[in-house]
Design a protein around this ligand. Structure first.
Ligand SMILES: [Zn+2]
Length: 399
């Protein structure tokens, strides 16, 4: 075991990290990142034929330079998958990484983009160590996804055939390397379009049907019944939010239409359905209730899409057991964690690969205060190397 951990070269792992932090690549512009991954791993001895891209980018609503990148290292044993996403939030564009003691930070004007270049670097350092050492290992697929931020699009449209026969997955995207995300919620995202009727607000407001009024009546009903914001009620728990609104022509016109962006989340998909349904009912009833003097009403239309689906892994799941074993082997204490947001792992779990998410040392992601802790990052490299090499026999997981 010590021999395996000896393969983590701290200096080289940091070098790889800085290489990837410097590359600009917000969602949709991942090509340069993918190019660098291929360059390093081909140089380390990967076979050209084991490096492939899927065409996930062609199925996404927004233009995206490349599909997801797969690097396969053949071996003998239980096949596994290591994953990280190549994109960063737009706030990281123009980053100048600085090392300050055990931390890497941005200059303060941008985010750092360690979410998720930290994860990318963990995977590349691991693959390079496997290739250069020639150590025996099971079949490992390294999956580098695109467009995780803003919708987990790469993972959603990942080529499921190319995922292969992996029995367990480990996604590196987060803070501490000893915390493993074993559960995430389902979420619906939706656009609500309300149409009423415009009218002069001074001379004939009674002839208008106010889209604003319909929205207000609906939100008030949701609030009264406990479906707005944090939801705790008999039968389930979840959250709901209306986060953006757009509409109207000016203060002197009864608002003829408006559009809102909303979402619901719950760890229980059935209860999620109830929250989303409560929204539909509230808006449709409000649209019927708000009438002008001529008895005219408005409409409320919903465009709903399932953003991601919940997963809950049992402690006996091979992925959870393997991750816990690897974390203990590097001297840390594994702590299972429930997340209330979407992850690439939601899709990998849905596509049949039990996948946990581990940290690679990134703190304050999506802000200008984002920073990466080097000791955490190096521990993530050690955990990843163990996950890529240890046999994790079926028998040791069945307890
Ligand atoms: Zn991320």
């Amino acid at each position: 075991m010590q021999d395996i951990l000896g393969l983590v070269d701290e200096k080289r792992s940091k070098e790889i990290l800085l290489d990837f932090l410097k590359i600009e690549g917000p969602s949709g512009s991942e090509k340069a990142v993918a190019g660098k991954i291929c360059e390093i791993l081909l140089e380390a001895g990967a076979e050209e034929s084991n490096i492939t891209f899927d065409d996930a980018n062609k199925q996404m609503p927004d233009p995206t330079e490349t599909g997801n990148l797969f690097v396969r290292l053949p071996g003998k044993g239980r096949p596994r998958l290591l994953a990280a996403h190549m994109d960063t939030v737009p706030l990281a564009v123009g980053v100048k990484p600085k090392t300050q003691g055990v931390w890497i930070t941005s200059s303060g004007r941008t985010a750092l983009g360690a979410d998720d270049r930290g994860g990318v670097a963990v995977l590349v350092a691991t693959a390079e160590a496997l290739l250069e050492s020639g150590i025996d290992h099971p079949p490992v697929t390294f999956l580098f996804t695109v467009r995780e931020e803003g919708g987990t699009w790469g993972a959603r449209f990942v080529d499921q055939v190319m995922l292969g026969d992996a029995e367990m997955g480990f996604s590196f995207d987060g803070r501490e390397p000893d915390k493993l995300v074993i559960a995430a919620p389902s979420s619906d995202k939706f656009t609500i379009t309300i149409r009423g009727k415009e009218s002069h607000a001074g001379t004939a407001p009674e002839r208008g049907v106010s889209a604003m009024e319909i929205a207000a009546v609906a939100v008030s009903a949701l609030r009264k019944k406990g479906w707005f914001g944090k939801i705790t009620r008999a039968g389930g728990e979840g959250t709901s939010n209306i986060g953006a609104i757009e509409g109207g022509a000016g203060s002197n016109v009864v608002m003829g239409s408006l559009q809102m962006q909303a979402e619901t989340r719950s760890h229980d998909p059935e209860f999620l359905g109830k929250i989303t349904k409560a929204y539909k009912v509230a808006f449709r009833q409000a649209a019927k209730a708000v009438k002008n003097v001529d008895g005219e009403t408005g409409t409320a239309r919903f465009k709903i899409h399932r953003a991601y689906n919940a997963f809950h892994l049992s402690p006996n799941s091979p992925a959870v057991a393997a991750a816990a074993e690897a974390i203990k082997t590097v001297g840390l204490n594994p702590g299972p964690k429930v997340q209330n947001g979407g992850l690439d792992a939601c899709w990998l779990n849905e596509y049949g690969i039990p996948t946990v998410t581990l940290g690679s040392g990134t703190y304050n992601a999506h802000t200008k205060q984002e920073r990466l802790n080097l000791p955490d990052y190096l521990n993530a490299c050690r955990v990843a190397l163990l996950l890529a090499t240890l046999p994790f026999d079926e028998s040791s997981n069945s307890k």
